[in-house]
Design a protein around this ligand. Structure first.
Ligand SMILES: Nc1ncnc2c1ncn2[C@@H]1O[C@H](COP(=O)(O)OP(=O)(O)O)[C@@H](O)[C@H]1O
Ligand SMILES: [Mg+2]
Length: 184
C-alpha cells in the first residue's frame, strides 16, 4: 500500500484514542509559500510522563506488551527528519499530548497528503463519542470541520451511521479541495 501522510496521521490519532482522549484537535497547515506541510495532533488523553515521552519516538520502545505494527511516533519522526522537517512531542500526565511533525513540500521523499476525509472517517469510526476538530490551512484559506457541530446538525442520528460517515468524508475532501493549492 502507498504510504501517505494521512496514514501516518491516522496512527497518531489512534494513539490519542487509545490514551482515552475525549477531544482531539488536528491541524494541517499546507503552505506553498513556506514550502512546508505541518501536522499537529492535540489530545486531552492520559498523557505521558517525561520518561515515556522521551522514549516514545524511539523505534525500540512501546508500552504495549504485544506489538502489532504500531511505531506510529517513531515512523512519523523518521519521516519528518527524512523529508527536511521537524518532529516534536510534548505531553503532560493527566492533561494530554501534543504531537507535531513537519515536512518540506518540495522534498523528493515527501509522500502525498493522501485521503484526509477517509482518515477522519476511520478515526471517528473507532469511537463515536470522541469529538474532533479538524483545520486545514493553506495560503489560500482555511477549512474547518467539527464533530460537535456535525452532531448538533444530526439531531440524534448517530455519527456512526454509514451514510453519515460517508457524507463527512466527502464534505471534508470537498472543503480541502476548495482551499488546496496544486500538489504537495
Ligand atoms: N497521545 C498519546 N497519549 C498518551 N500516550 C501516548 C500517546 N501517543 C503515544 N503514546 C505512548 O507512546 C507509545 C509509543 O506510541 P507509538 O509509537 O504509536 O507505538 P505503539 O502505539 O505501537 O505503542 C505508546 O505505547 C504510548 O505509551
Ligand atoms: Mg501507536
Amino acid at each position: 500500500m502507498m504510504e501517505d501522510l494521512a496514514m501516518h496521521t491516522l496512527e497518531i490519532l489512534m494513539n490519542s484514542v487509545h490514551a482515552g482522549a475525549k477531544n482531539i484537535k488536528l491541524e494541517i497547515t499546507d503552505s506553498a509559500a513556506k514550502d512546508e506541510l505541518l501536522i499537529s495532533v492535540l489530545d486531552d488523553g492520559k498523557g505521558m510522563d517525561e520518561e515515556t515521552a522521551k522514549k516514545a519516538s524511539d523505534p525500540f520502545y512501546t508500552s504495549r506488551t504485544t506489538r502489532k505494527i504500531g511505531m506510529g511516533l517513531a515512523f512519523l519522526r523518521g519521516l519528518a527528519e527524512t523529508c527536511g522537517g521537524e518532529f516534536s512531542l510534548s505531553s503532560e500526565p493527566g492533561k494530554g499530548t501534543l504531537v507535531t511533525a513537519s515536512v518540506q513540500r518540495s522534498n523528493i521523499d515527501t509522500p502525498p497528503l493522501g485521503d484526509i476525509g477517509e482518515m477522519m472517517m476511520e478515526t471517528i469510526q473507532a469511537d463515536g463519542d470522541i469529538d474532533y476538530e479538524l483545520a486545514y490551512v493553506t495560503d489560500n484559506g482555511r477549512f474547518g470541520f467539527s464533530t460537535k457541530e456535525a452532531k448538533e446538525m444530526l439531531d440524534g442520528v448517530s455519527i456512526l451511521e454509514p451514510g453519515v460517515l460517508l457524507w463527512i468524508k466527502e464534505y471534508i475532501n470537498e472543503g480541502i479541495k476548495q482551499v488546496k493549492e496544486d500538489i504537495v
